[in-house]
Design a protein around this ligand. Structure first.
Ligand code: NAD
Length: 317
């Protein structure tokens, strides 16, 4: 067991629940403090310490870090892409202030490591659409993407200016069955599996040929942990790494589901999220993640679909 003491902020969200459970397995239940604005998630109950926290309250956060002898913070609290477009100023305020609170406390307390996720939303309509490289035109048009890009610059700044060991990944859309997604543009790829099993049909809010980069949650959790476990000298990107696993359209995920549920049907009713998706890349080049710390995804669309349907069936009884 390692001596590190970890604080996960936003532990009750889509990523937080699974990441907290994975970190507790590695570091010991008592060494991973989960925190969130919300009530403790069912799957976290009884698995380790839980603290109610608003990350916007810097003083409370600072006290918590000192009281629990925290050495690493995973900051997952954020307003996501679709929700952010409904209240841009709030999304900017929360996404920026939460990160600056954490980075500044890391500096004051000399914390060992910080993890904060970025997103493929940093790319905009003028970025190359296919195999989007790490370094390219980055002109995001959603407030979510703007806040993630600014956050990346802050991470690199705190690393070069103050030596903070901060690490980050540009996650693609994440697909999981354990906890619900939190208001992103790729949420359709989670809802579709639930509706396929419950209704036998799905009404999609994106057009059938909208390709987006996606990843199954077990790959995302493993990528996060592998990045954080890598030797500091290997982390050549201190803003955020491109990260990739698969890319598909609603039509293709629907075909993959039909292989298991032949009667499944899909219809399309694009809404405001289509415009967000149209501004994002269709696939991502993650060669630096592979080169620097050995990233390699395990799940493709077929393997993920089989696993999602199997687990959701078990869950729904
Ligand atoms: P989520 O919305 O499911 O979870 C975020 C959690 O943060 C929620 O439980 C929420 O209650 C909590 N939270 C919100 N405001 C808070 C506050 N003021 N104080 C404390 N907690 C607060 O989000 P997620 O999908 O788990 O995403 C986590 C991170 O990963 C975010 O930074 C997000 O931008 C990034 N990301 C997610 C995806 C994805 O597909 N899920 C893709 C790219 C990047």
């Amino acid at each position: 067991m390692k001596k590190d003491k970890i604080l996960v902020i936003g532990a009750c969200g889509q990523i937080g629940v699974e990441l907290t459970l994975a970190l507790r397995k590695m570091y010991g239940d008592g060494n991973v403090v989960a925190s969130d604005l919300r009530e403790e998630h069912e799957l976290l109950k009884g698995t380790g310490p839980y603290v109610s926290l608003d990350v916007m309250n810097k003083e409370m956060l600072h006290v918590l870090v000192i009281r629990h002898n925290i050495t690493q913070i995973y900051l997952l609290a954020a307003i996501l892409s679709a929700t952010g477009e409904k209240n841009p100023l709030l999304a900017w305020h929360i996404n920026m202030a939460s990160l600056l609170n954490v980075l500044d406390i890391a500096k004051e307390e000399g914390l060992d490591k910080i993890y904060w996720p970025s997103s493929i939303a940093v790319f905009g309509p003028d970025s190359p659409k296919r195999e989007t490289p790490q370094h390219t035109v980055i002109e995001p048009t959603t407030i979510y993407g703007i806040s993630k890009f600014a956050g990346e610059r802050w991470c690199e700044y705190y690393n070069t200016r103050y030596g903070i060991d901060v690490r980050s990944l540009r996650y693609p859309g994440l697909i999981s069955y354990k906890s619900a997604p939190g208001g992103g543009t790729t949420d359709y790829a989670v809802e579709i599996y639930h509706d396929a099993l419950e209704e036998g049909s799905y009404k999609c809010f994106l057009k059938e040929d909208t390709y987006l980069p996606m990843m199954y949650m077990p790959d995302a959790i493993r990528a996060t942990i592998e990045l954080m476990e890598a030797e500091s000298a290997r982390i050549g990107v201190r803003s955020a790494y491109n990260l990739s696993a698969m890319s598909f359209s609603p039509k293709e995920i629907s075909a993959a589901i039909k292989e298991h549920i032949p009667t499944f049907t899909i219809s399309y009713e694009p809404d405001y999220r289509q415009q967000i998706a149209d501004g994002w890349p269709q696939s991502i080049d993650d060669e630096l993640a592979a080169k620097h710390w050995g990233w390699k995804p395990e799940f493709d669309l077929q393997k993920m679909t089989a696993d999602m349907l199997k687990n959701l069936k078990l869950q729904k009884g």
